[in-house]
Design a protein around this ligand. Structure first.
Ligand code: ZN
Length: 364
C-alpha cells in the first residue's frame, strides 16, 4: 500500500468510524508516517537519541544495503527484520496457520513470520492501541493492520525460502491472463506495457536484501487494482491468487471496526470482524480500487469531497500530506513529550516489544 491508502484511506475509515475531521486527519497523518520514520530522517531532524524509534528504512538506506555485497551480520538481520516484521509484515503464522513442507528447523521458525491478515497478534496490537489511546498510536496500528492485507504471504525478513517466487506471474484482467514482465531498473512501473520492476534473485545468498518482503514481485501487492496469480517459494503445488481490490476493501472495513472499538462504540474486537459499509460507499470504493493507476490520491480526494459525508463535502478534502508537519510541532513545543511525534515514537517502541514478545527473537 502507498500514501493513497495509508493517508486518504485511513482518513476515510476514521471518519466513518466516528472521528471528527481534525482527529481523523491526525490518525491518517501518523498512519502514513510509518512509511516515513527512518533513522536518517529522525537524525536529520535532530530528534534526541533516547526517543529514536525507527519504523522504516529510507530508499537510501535500502540502496546502501543493496549495493553492499557482504552477507548480513546477525545485528543487521536483527535491525532489518525488527523494522519490517513489526511495522509492515506483522507475523501471522505464529501458530502454524499455514504449513510448508520440507523446511529446516530454522526455516520453520522464520516461516512463522509469514504475514497474514486476521492474526491473533493483529488483535493484540489493536488492544494495545486502545490502551494507549493517543491518535498517533491509533494511526500507527492502522498502517500495520492495513499492511497485513496488502503484504499477506510475504515476511518482513530477508529469507529466500519465504519470499522468493517461482515461475511466471500473471495478471488476471477481466477474463484474460496477462503474463507480466519484470525488470531490474528503477523506472516507474509501466501498466500499459505490463512491465514492473522487482529485485533480482541472488543465487549465492539465502538471506539477501532481494528476499526482503515482496521485493521479488515488485510493487504488485501495493496496487489496489491488481489481481494476480503467482507461486510463492513455500507453496508445494498450485498457485496463490491475490485480489487486491477485495483485500483492500476488507482492510478498510477492518480498520473501521478496530477504530469503532478503540473509540468505545463497539464492545469487542476480534479476528474476522469488519464494519458494514452502506451499499453506495461500498460500490464507490470498489470502483476506486479498480482504477488502473500507480497512485490513486486523486480518486481518494474525489471520494472525500463527494461521497464521504456532507461535512467533508462542505470542507473539501484534507490537506496534502506534509512530512514536516510533526517536526514543526515538535520543534515549537516546550514539552516534547506532549507532541504527536513523541507519542508516535513511544507507541512504536511499545509495538516493537509486543511483536518481539509474541514472535520471539529474530534471528533466533
Ligand atoms: Zn507499510
Amino acid at each position: 500500500m502507498n500514501l493513497d491508502f495509508h493517508y486518504y484511506g485511513t482518513y476515510c475509515a476514521a471518519r466513518l468510524a466516528g472521528y471528527g475531521r481534525r482527529e481523523a486527519e491526525e490518525i491518517a497523518y501518523y498512519a502514513q508516517f510509518v512509511d516515513e520514520c527512518s533513522e536518517s530522517l529522525l537524525k536529520k531532524k535532530g530528534v534526541s537519541a533516547d526517543r529514536l524509534s525507527v519504523t522504516v528504512n529510507s530508499d537510501d538506506e535500502l540502496t546502501a544495503q543493496f549495493t553492499d555485497l557482504r552477507a548480513y551480520t546477525k545485528e543487521q538481520l536483527r535491525q532489518v527484520g525488527g523494522i519490517w516484521s513489526a511495522f509492515h509484515f506483522l507475523p501471522g503464522n505464529l501458530h502454524g496457520e499455514i504449513a510448508a513442507a520440507e523446511l529446516s528447523e530454522e526455516e520453520q521458525r522464520e516461516f512463522k513470520r509469514l504475514c497474514l491478515p486476521d492474526s491473533p497478534l493483529m488483535v493484540k496490537m489493536v488492544q494495545q492501541a486502545k490502551a494507549d489511546g493517543s491518535l498517533p498510536a491509533i494511526g500507527m496500528a492502522m498502517h500495520i493492520l492495513a499492511d497485513t492485507w496488502a503484504h499477506s504471504y510475504f515476511a518482513g525478513i530477508p529469507a529466500r525460502h519465504v519470499n522468493n517466487i517461482q515461475g511466471d506471474v500473471h495478471e488476471l484482467r477481466d477474463t484474460r491472463e496477462v503474463k507480466l514482465t519484470f525488470t531490474l531498473d528503477t523506472l516507474p512501473d509501466n501498466l500499459e506495457g505490463n512491465r514492473y520492476s522487482h529485485t533480482p534473485p541472488n543465487a549465492f545468498r539465502d538471506k539477501s536484501i532481494v528476499y526482503l518482503g515482496h521485493g521479488r514481485i515488485g510493487h504488485l501487492p501495493d496496487y489496489s487494482f491488481m489481481r494476480y496469480a503467482y507461486k510463492p517459494a513455500w507453496l508445494q503445488s498450485g498457485m496463490t491468487l491475490k485480489n487486491n481490490a477485495l483485500d483492500f476493501g476488507k482492510a478498510f472495513c477492518q480498520m473501521m471496526a478496530a477504530m469503532q472499538y478503540i473509540r468505545g462504540d463497539r464492545e469487542t474486537f476480534d479476528k474476522y470482524v469488519y464494519a458494514e459499509l452502506d451499499a453506495v460507499k461500498k460500490q464507490k470504493l470498489q470502483e476506486l480500487f479498480k482504477v488502473r493507476v500507480l497512485r490513486s490520491d486523486e480518486q481518494w480526494r474525489h471520494f472525500i469531497e463527494h461521497d464521504l459525508s456532507a461535512e467533508d463535502t462542505a470542507a473539501g478534502c484534507i490537506v496534502a500530506f506534509d512530512v514536516n508537519k510533526c517536526f514543526r510541532e515538535y520543534d515549537a513545543a516546550p514539552r516534547k513529550s506532549d507532541t504527536g511525534l513523541a507519542r508516535f515514537l513511544a507507541a512504536s517502541k511499545n509495538h516493537r516489544y509486543l511483536v518481539e514478545k509474541e514472535a520471539g527473537p529474530y534471528p533466533a
